[in-house]
Design a protein around this ligand. Structure first.
Ligand code: HEM
Length: 483
């Protein structure tokens, strides 16, 4: 930090929120893990329309925050030879220490999400709906009395099953042990990176060895998925030897990962690691974002009425099939509700994580040297009164208007999914899944918070940049008496 601050290519020209003197800055970095919201909002208010960048202290380094529409546009346009997304993710997650350098250097699995899931999303609508309905049935059932369930945990389970129907397919997507490994993997990575990122770069590898549970989780995952991977590989090799291609492969992301492994000679263990990284990107992000929305609904159950009207009208138009290729695009209120909940509470208060590969200069004249971790101020941007009327208010119908942007659309005022060529490739998948979940809930249940907690959305928990919907809060569900 001292070098970054004082060094010849240092960050002295970038204004700081908090102290700059090294020891105090370190303490401020520790403080940031609890007070990121206040720090980011203060920095945004002061610098978004002046310097367009400011820095905050993390325990291990400075984080340069990019703020304001002009600078966000500039950040979007820097080339991959100037700023690196994977370098940014590496800094954010301490990825090379926790997941291994290979995952950072060759993220082929992330590319497959784009080609396999996003381009063919409507092919998966039907199976995702079937799996989701069955998951809801198993998790919530059809209670005739109010049933209290831990909201985040329950939604994570529904997301995990639905996502894995497409990622690994049946029967694995219903295997409780596998789903537990897939969801716990994210917690392992998050906990390890939290500790590792308290230390300077030279100590990170040593600390990672002490706290990293990923190797044992990978082994457990291999025990569960390995036989499927091995069988798929044998099939792929046999088919490819006979016909040169593997045409009748299962329609899952895992099969695509195996196909890539056969093509490039990757090991089965690497395939399983890639699978876990996909689970990492897809499950908790979606479940957290959805739970944020569910808390608004439970705090004000009257909001279910207009949502329900819409779901019922669309269901009728689609002959009772909400999983049809066209149904989701007609759910405008549902879409707006989710976009608005995420505007106020994305799972992460920053996005567009980058590491500078060479010096970059913003139009304000500020140069950021190579090797610096930077990120965009997502929540603060989405609370900017220049972008939104009554920005702090939850207005579920804010984006219903025909000209309004849909949930998965990125824009300079809405960057929870990032923007530009690295904008989240899973966002259409996540948006579809979440729309279907909300449609199912309002169609089938009444929801509310328990007496005593009624009418109040439980406060979020901020851990550094992460915005967690209260993980302990329960929501009450009751089967809706349909008219
Ligand atoms: C509400 C849920 C989600 C949120 C808020 C979210 C957010 C983000 C953000 C902010 C980025 C970085 C964008 C940038 O740097 O410009 C990102 C990247 C990424 N996300 Fe998501 N994401 C979500 C769900 C998903 C899902 C469901 C998947 C997979 C199915 C996924 C896969 C990815 C991948 C692969 C990348 C890396 C992009 C690249 O390689 O260029 N995400 N996501």
């Amino acid at each position: 930090m001292l070098w970054n601050w004082l060094g010849p290519n240092g960050l002295r020209g970038v204004p700081t929120v908090g102290p700059t003197f090294p020891v105090l800055a370190y303490l401020s970095g520790l403080r940031y893990t609890k007070y990121a919201r206040e720090t980011l909002l203060a920095g945004y208010a002061k610098y978004a329309y002046t310097t367009g960048v400011f820095k905050v202290s993390l325990p291990d380094q400075w984080l340069v925050i990019v703020a304001g529409p002009k600078q966000l546009e500039e950040l979007k346009k820097f080339g991959d030879d100037e700023v690196s997304l994977y370098g940014g993710i590496d800094e954010l997650m301490a990825a090379r220490h926790i997941l291994g350098a290979d995952v950072v250097n060759n993220p082929y699995h992330l590319r497959l999400i784009q080609t396999k899931l996003t381009r063919n999303l409507s092919d998966f609508h039907g199976v995702m709906k079937d799996e989701m309905w069955s998951a809801f049935d198993d998790c919530i059932g059809a209670p005739t009395e109010w049933r209290s369930l831990p909201a985040l945990k329950t939604m994570l389970w529904v997301v995990s099953r639905t996502t894995n129907r497409v990622v690994v397919g049946l029967p694995l997507c219903r295997n409780t042990e596998f789903l537990t490994v897939a969801t716990d993997f994210t917690l392992d990575v998050s906990q390890a990176r939290f500790v590792v990122n308290m230390f300077p770069p030279s100590l990170k590898p040593v600390v990672a060895k002490l706290v990293n549970r990923v190797p044992s989780r990978l082994k457990k995952a291999y025990d569960l998925v390995g036989p499927t991977v091995e069988a798929l590989r044998a099939e792929a090799e046999q088919e490819t030897a006979l016909t040169g291609t593997w045409d009748d492969k299962p329609n899952t992301l895992l099969a695509a990962l195996v196909e890539e492994a056969v093509k490039y000679g990757y090991s089965d263990l690497k395939t399983v690691m890639s699978l876990l990284v996909v689970e990492f990107t897809a499950l908790h992000t979606t479940a957290m974002s959805f739970t944020h929305a569910l808390y608004y609904l439970a705090a004000d159950p009257s909001l279910a009425i207009p949502l329900r009207e819409e779901v019922e009208a669309v269901s009728q138009e689609e002959n009772g099939d909400l999983g049809s290729k066209t149904a989701a695009s007609k759910l405008k209120r549902i879409d707006s509700f989710l976009r608005e909940a995420q505007r106020l509470n994305g799972p992460n208060s920053t996005s567009m994580w980058r590491k500078t590969l060479k010096p970059i200069t913003f139009s304000t004249g500020i140069t950021i040297p190579a090797g610096v971790f930077l990120s965009a101020a997502a929540t603060a941007t989405q609370l900017d009164g220049n972008h939104y009327e009554n920005p702090d208010m939850f207005d579920p119908w804010r984006f219903v208007d025909a000209n309004a942007r849909s949930f998965a659309t990125t824009s300079p005022e809405y960057i929870t999914f990032g923007q530009g060529k690295h904008a989240c490739p899973g966002r259409h998948f996540a948006a579809y899944e979440m729309k279907l979940m909300l449609a199912y809930i309002v169609h089938n249940f009444d929801v509310k918070f328990a007496p005593g907690a009624e009418g109040v959305r439980p406060p979020n928990k901020w851990i550094g940049n992460t915005i967690l919907p209260d993980p302990a809060a329960h929501v009450l569900f009751k089967k809706r008496a349909k008219t």
